[in-house]
Write a protein that binds this ligand. Structure first.
Ligand SMILES: Nc1ncnc2c1ncn2[C@@H]1O[C@H](COP(=O)(O)OP(=O)(O)OP(=O)(O)O)[C@@H](O)[C@H]1O
Length: 228
């Protein structure tokens, strides 16, 4: 797979944090990873091994201390913050363990929020697209309900629809089912698989659940800051 073809490519990515001058701890020790378009990859590993740190870097929320990272064929390490924000907005969707929805806003409004961009004015096309996303995650009846009133599983469905608002090539899901009962977790996982199949969205899916990992295209394991 060439750099252009990969949705995500990490080469020798290291990440250190300052934990009180002058002490630095290295958390990621030279990660190599490539994700093809449409690939659904589970990320497993013990607590504290560096999975979230890795996802934050792939999601352009944090920068590597060294190494190369390309997203959708674009090398990112030289980009300034503004260019990173733009690339993130058009290429990457996020679903976290806690959905971070705005509880007083309707399910539909939450899905529209990422589409508003800088001028902040909704238009009919945005509304139509948000409606179709809400339909596709099975929440047509709850479209106008305040997000805070929905069940945990339904809220996570809204979060998936919101993550897809900008039609990203890559979806990053950090334990999106970790907070749900088995049945809701299964439904949210199936939804991610469906999105992956129908839209060709590549997915990095952090999970502690081996049964779900088995249903992914591949699994990588992060142990002590290395992919093993
Ligand atoms: N900003 C930071 N400053 C210092 N240390 C950090 C920072 N962020 C993460 N760490 C440390 O990095 C290590 C890896 O954390 P990370 O959250 O990536 O692990 P994880 O594999 O996602 O764990 P879990 O499965 O429990 O979510 C931990 O020891 C954590 O304390």
């Amino acid at each position: 797979m060439t750099e252009r073809e990969a949705v995500v490519r990490l080469q020798q990515v290291r990440k250190s944090f300052n934990v009180g001058e002058p002490t630095e701890v290295e958390i990621l020790h030279g990660i190599d990873l490539a994700l093809a378009p449409g690939e659904f990859c589970a990320v497993m590993g013990p607590s504290g091994s560096g999975k979230s740190t890795l996802l934050n870097i792939v999601g352009l929320l944090d920068r590597p201390s060294s190494g190369q990272l390309s997203i959708a064929g674009e090398e990112t390490t030289q980009l300034d913050d503004q260019a990173l924000t733009r690339l993130r907005g058009r290429s990457i969707g996020f679903v976290f363990q806690y959905h971070h929805l705005l509880g007083a806003f309707s399910a539909l409004e939450n899905v529209m929020l990422p589409m508003l961009g800088l001028n902040g004015f909704p238009n009919a096309a945005m509304r139509e697209r948000a409606e179709s996303l809400i339909d596709s995650v099975g929440l047509t009846r709850w479209r106008d309900a305040p997000a805070g009133r929905l069940s945990g599983g339904q809220q996570q469905r809204v979060a998936v629809a919101r993550a897809l608002a900008m039609q990203p090539a890559l979806l990053l899901a950090d334990e999106p089912t970790g907070n749900l009962d088995t049945k809701s977790a299964d439904a949210v996982f199936e939804l991610l698989r469906q999105v992956n199949r129908e839209h060709g969205t590549a997915v990095l899916f952090v999970t502690h659940n081996p049964a779900l990992a088995l249903r992914c295209d591949k699994t990588i394991e992060v142990v002590d800051g290395q992919v093993v």
